[in-house]
Design a protein. Structure first.
Length: 148
């Protein structure tokens, strides 16, 4: 059975090995954080665990497709106005940029903005959090605040 190509692109942000302690020692599984988007204004972040990396990534991508949000993108390929958000310990600030500036952002914010279809944007991670999942979720929270 051949799988058809999804309209959504995906990018794996993070793979973590997690363990739970049972009677015979430790049981290991993997947690995957995946960003899913169609580069036309829809983007979502999914997190899932699985016994191996490929299962975890597949489940996380499915979660991401279930949690899609619609992002308003201006005519110049940017966001309409400046917005900031917080998720857990992560704080991000997203700012519109001029045409041709590209995505001036780091790590998780860049991945989310790229898969949302934003071409010109500047951002700053204001917290000292290096947690990719929380930074991605903070970006999603900021994009949710945008209204046209």
């Amino acid at each position: 059975m051949k799988k058809e190509k999804s309209e959504y692109d995906q990018k794996v942000l993070d793979i973590r090995r997690v363990a739970r302690v049972v009677a015979g020692g430790r049981r290991f599984s993997f947690r995957a954080t995946v960003v899913v988007g169609n580069k036309k204004g829809k983007v979502g972040v999914g997190v899932a665990k699985g016994p191996d990396v490929s299962t975890a990534v597949e489940k996380a991508a499915h979660q991401g497709r279930k949690n899609l949000i619609v992002v308003p993108i201006s005519k110049r390929g940017s966001i309409p106005y400046e917005v900031a958000a917080k998720y857990s310990a992560a704080r991000v600030k997203l700012m519109p940029a001029a045409v041709g500036a590209g995505i001036i952002a780091g790590g998780s914010v860049r991945a989310v903005a790229d898969l949302a279809g934003i071409q010109n944007m500047s951002s700053k991670i204001l917290s000292r959090s290096t947690n990719k999942l929380n930074n991605a979720m903070a970006t999603i929270e900021a994009l949710k605040k945008l209204k046209v």
